[in-house]
Design a protein around this ligand. Structure first.
Ligand code: 4AD
Ligand code: MG
Length: 464
């Protein structure tokens, strides 16, 4: 008879016993005595292991010896009710095959706990720990929930380009894409590099945001979202910055800033509820091991309304804080992480949505308010994270947008396609960008962004 492969997750839920089954996975631990060996096997489908009971007398000595932490196995056996404590079911092994051994002298993941810093250095193996199994299952569940949320609400997933010629945020933090000979690039008469000879016939870079192309989609499909990698060459070595991160950017025609805020709040609450319902074991593990207030905090977000204030109000609160900040608090200056966290953690004690920032500190595409000083920007600030979402209502009036592009010295001829959406059938519209890793930081309770993306890209680090 053929043994069918089962995932550990399904076996642990199964109410049927006395079945012949197969499991495959990696050994977490082995204990026992001369008569019997107990192996905890994990296949990544759940944080929980399944216990394999091996009657030593029925197997050759060498095989038993080679079953060590990290070895990969295939086990044929019978699923039975467990007599022991700590598990309901276990597998009585009939046949054990070792795919690959893991030398205990050199395999780095032995039973003792390792620091997150050490595990970052062995990112190729860290998936095999309880912590990273939990994090990356949650990351997957959140990706799935994002698509589900938008699909159920008439949003279309739009694939915006990774290589672009524009700097959407105007912050100049781009990685250049070129195939020119770096040692001997073609030059113009003025001695500058001649990008007309480059692959695309112009200067190109990795995208910092899919928003501008997203707007093109939204002004026809009504609601779109992007979910892709974005790249920023900002030299920020902090626990909240990556050079390559994933962003979710919904863009909605006929939405004003208030509709935008409603969507952002509903979206975040949906995702957190989804995680609480569908990632229970993993979140409970992280709550126990890393952050005792995690579950409480997640529930709190779902159950409470976000605070909505203007930038000007935020400055007033900060001025009255009676607290010394490292960076100045002054109307016209951007809010720094310490200010954001003061507002969220100390003052309002809940997520805060800040709107209507000074135009001078925000991007060119944001809708200008009648006061001539502020724009319809939206930042969503979260406890422990600070800014988790950045967005705005967009300037839909052709002349105002063109004026701003000129004022900021953005070459108009490169923005012709963007401007044309305001020339033909323009509509009020809005959108935002959720930093996926910042959000995963929040949901997992981890504190360094390098631990919530499989292979982090940060200044001076592109290993793996
Ligand atoms: O505020 P940002 O720069 O907004 C935009 O890019 C807009 N085009 C979004 C839009 O309106 N469609 O970035 C959005 C979010 C931030 O709030 C933050 O969560 C995340 O992206 N983010 C980063 N995450 C990790 N590492 C970095 N270096 C990040 N920079 C921004
Ligand atoms: Mg921002």
């Amino acid at each position: 008879m053929k043994y069918k492969r089962n995932f550990v997750k399904d076996l642990l839920k199964s109410s049927k016993v006395d079945l012949d089954i197969n499991v495959k996975g990696w050994v977490r631990t082995k204990r026992g005595n001369k008569q019997v060996a107990f192996v905890a096997l994990n296949d990544g489908s759940t944080i929980n292991n399944i216990q394999i009971v091996i009657d030593v007398a029925n197997f050759n000595e060498e095989l038993i010896r080679d079953i060590t932490t990290g070895a990969s196995l295939s086990v044929n056996g019978k699923l039975v009710k467990s007599m022991g404590k700590g598990q309901n079911i276990e597998i009585l092994a009939n046949e054990v095959e070792i795919y690959g051994t893991a030398d205990p002298e050199t395999y780095p993941l032995q039973k003792k706990g390792h620091t997150l810093e050490f595990l970052r250095e062995i990112a190729h193996l860290r998936f095999r720990t309880n912590t990273f199994g939990a994090i990356f299952r949650i990351r997957h569940a959140m990706s799935f929930a994002i698509h589900k949320y938008f699909n159920d609400r008439n949003f279309y997933y739009l694939h915006t380009p990774i290589v672009t010629g524009s700097d959407a945020e105007g912050a100049g933090e781009m990685f250049r894409v070129t195939n020119l000979d770096m040692m001997n690039p073609p030059k113009t008469d003025e001695g500058k590099i001649d990008y007309s000879k480059d692959f695309f016939g112009k200067e190109t870079n990795l995208t910092v945001s899919g928003q501008l192309e997203g707007e093109l989609g939204a002004t026809a499909l009504s609601n779109i979202y992007t979910f892709g990698p974005t790249f920023r060459a900002e030299n920020s070595n902090t626990p909240r910055h990556l050079a390559e991160f994933w962003m979710i950017e919904p863009e909605m025609a006929f939405y004003d800033i208030h509709d935008n805020m409603d969507l952002a709040e509903d979206f975040l609450k949906f995702l957190i509820s989804y995680a609480l319902e569908n990632c229970k074991d993993d979140i409970e593990f992280l709550n126990k091991m890393y952050d005792k207030e995690l579950i409480e905090r997640l529930n709190f977000i779902v159950e409470n309304k976000f605070e909505r204030i203007s930038y000007t109000e935020a400055i007033e609160v900060l001025e009255k804080a009676g607290q010394k900040f490292e960076f100045p608090v002054k109307w016209g200056y951007d809010l720094q992480s310490e200010h954001e966290r003061y507002l969220v953690e100390k003052h309002y004690k809940k997520p805060v949505m800040v709107t209507d920032y000074p135009a001078i500190i925000k991007a060119f595409y944001m809708k200008q308010n009648d006061d001539g000083k502020t724009v319809r920007a939206l930042d969503v600030l979260f406890p422990r994270i600070g800014e988790i979402i950045g967005g705005s209502q967009r300037e839909e009036i052709y002349d105002k947008l063109k004026g701003k592009i000129n004022e900021m010295g953005i070459p108009e001829e490169e923005m012709w396609w963007y401007l044309e959406t305001r020339k033909f059938g323009t509509v009020p519209h809005s959108g935002f960008g959720l930093g996926f890793e910042r959000f995963i930081l929040f949901v997992t309770g981890m504190s360094n962004i390098r631990d919530v993306i499989p292979f982090p890209r940060t200044p001076k680090n592109a290993e793996f």
